[in-house]
Write a protein that binds this ligand. Structure first.
Ligand SMILES: Cc1cc2nc3c(=O)[nH]c(=O)nc-3n(C[C@H](O)[C@H](O)[C@H](O)COP(=O)(O)OP(=O)(O)OC[C@H]3O[C@@H](n4cnc5c(N)ncnc54)[C@H](O)[C@@H]3O)c2cc1C
Length: 473
């Protein structure tokens, strides 16, 4: 680590010398660091790995730059969109003009069939009416029942704590949804956003996702994704923004312990150095937070260990030619879930590179590459006829065993807020109590909440103009 002179020298004039250490350089930590620095606090950001970006990162494989997992966001993700703006990355991760999801179904005996989930420019809920009315993967009766369930969902009170104890699957069954409707619609969206099937999801989190994404504003579910490697956004541009905000950023700096000092400051230890700060934001995963939290910081810290985790598998296939003419599609009647064209983003010059994003992949996360290859290549041949004569130039997988927290019923009461009982110590991370499932949106919101709480305790409430996204979902 350096001696910190860079950050000291680059502090804006007129700051009162308040200091903060942010532990963890994922989206939550980067956000908290930017927010604190923008409010005039002297910030050091410590990240254990050699890069920023946490769970949303890129790496090199030959000529390819590969994302550890396909990430998308929705127009309703106002905090993540603020983050993209703040790091000057919005143009690199644009939104669709209008929600349009091609859905290929292999389950029908007559062969593959394409449907689309689209929206019109009409007000909610009519914006989805025409798409639902013509969605070929459900019967007429199922479509009508989906409409009724959507209205019932819209009527749920997200502040009702009882919702968190129920599971979404039982609620859907009780509201007349067939197994087919769950597969072809509710799980199609839900598995990708919650990282769990409906039966394993808290009704509170599922209702939050569907209400916010599909039933709030007509454009809320328009999809955005990075057209560059994730590392260009979450590492390179984030680092640039941190540097210009005067944050001292140290990678390869794993925090081994933190403790309060007698004078009300904090000592944060990394190998070879102890940093002192007025404020600490702990923006690490829940397991690491449990290990680092000092005694008494939370009433019942063991609750953090009760928050389960869920895996995501990505299957990467490079073909010698173009086999897909859409940026992405979702599949039904196949183990394949969502397929994205990553050719341009990865830097591939010839052929086409597809990434299959497989959420809630409990059964496959440890499967050998050969078994996954034997399973997925024939499925891609069924879904994309153009692959049948194509040569597979590369096939590999990325496995994230703890990609998200498990959105299981009851998880809501386990997620702590930003404030701890230790003065000056705050928590951030997608797993904290943001009301959102484990997403980039949740991570950014948590970083803002932690910075907000820290700034009000330091007596310098955050200037409104610094985070002008809608607070409430
Ligand atoms: C494969 C995959 C696909 C996903 N798809 C989507 C998607 O499509 N849309 C979406 O919105 N979200 C998606 N997510 C979830 C999203 O990536 C995460 O919710 C978000 O990035 C979490 O950010 P975070 O800052 O809370 O935590 P993390 O990213 O886990 O960051 C925590 C950081 O703390 C560091 N750290 C830990 N211990 C220490 C220590 N002792 N000292 C210093 N540093 C430490 C870690 O190295 C890490 O960088 C996906 C996740 C994965 C893995």
């Amino acid at each position: 680590m350096n001696d910190g002179q860079l950050a000291d020298a680059s502090q804006p004039s007129g700051t009162s010398g308040r200091s903060a250490v942010v532990v963890g350089g994922g989206l939550a930590g980067v956000t908290a660091a930017l927010a604190l620095a923008d409010a005039g606090v002297r910030v050091t950001l410590l990240e254990g790995r050699p890069r920023l970006g946490g769970l949303a990162f890129s790496f090199r494989r030959g000529e390819l730059t590969v994302d550890n997992g396909q990430h998308v966001y929705l127009r309703c993700c106002t905090a993540y969109r603020w983050f993209l703006d703040r790091i000057e990355g919005s143009a690199l991760a644009p939104l669709q003009e209008r929600l349009d999801v091609p859905v290929v179904d292999l389950a029908k005996p007559e062969g593959r069939r394409l449907g689309r989930l689209r929206r019109d420019a009409l007000p909610v809920p009519l914006h989805l009416g025409r798409s639902l009315a013509t969605y070929p993967h459900l019967s007429l009766a199922e479509r009508a029942r989906v409409g009724r369930a959507a209205l019932a969902l819209k009527g749920l009170d997200l502040t009702d704590p009882a919702l968190d104890a129920q599971d979404f699957g039982s609620w859907l069954t009780a509201h007349g949804q067939s197994a087919r409707a769950v597969e072809a619609l509710w799980d199609l969206v839900g598995i990708a956003t919650l990282n769990a099937v409906a039966g394993d999801s808290s009704l509170a989190l599922a209702a939050m996702v569907f209400k916010t994404g599909l039933l709030s504003d007509p454009g809320a579910a328009d999809i955005g994704w990075a057209h560059v490697p994730l590392g260009d956004l979450h590492d390179r541009l984030a680092r640039k923004a941190l540097d210009s905000a005067g944050v001292r950023t140290e990678v390869r700096s794993r925090v081994t312990s933190l403790s309060p000092d007698e004078n009300g400051t904090w000592s944060v230890r990394v190998p070879g150095e102890t940093l002192r700060a007025d404020t600490v934001v702990l923006a690490v995963p829940q397991r690491e937070a449990y290990d680092l939290l000092p005694d008494g910081a939370l009433d019942d810290p063991r609750r953090l260990l009760e928050i389960g985790t869920a895996p995501i598998l990505n299957v990467h296939v490079v073909y010698d030619r173009k086999v897909l003419d859409k940026p992405f599609f979702a599949a039904l009647g196949s183990p394949v879930q969502w397929v994205f064209d990553r050719t341009d983003a990865s830097g591939l010059r010839a052929g086409q590179y597809l990434a299959l994003s497989q959420s809630a992949a409990h059964d496959e996360i440890d499967a050998p590459v050969a078994a996954l290859r034997a399973r997925y290549l024939p499925e891609l041949e069924r879904l994309l006829p153009g692959t049948r004569g194509a040569e597979v130039r590369d096939f590999f997988v990325t496995r994230e065993r703890t990609a998200t927290f498990a959105p299981a019923p009851g998880v809501g009461r386990l997620r702590p807020g930003a404030r701890t009982q230790a003065p000056g110590l705050y928590l951030a991370g997608a797993w904290t109590a943001t009301g959102w499932p484990a997403t980039m949106e949740s991570a950014v919101r948590s970083g803002v909440s932690a910075a907000d709480a820290a700034l009000s305790a330091l007596g310098r409430p955050r200037p409104r103009r610094l985070f002008e996204f809608e607070e409430a979902a």
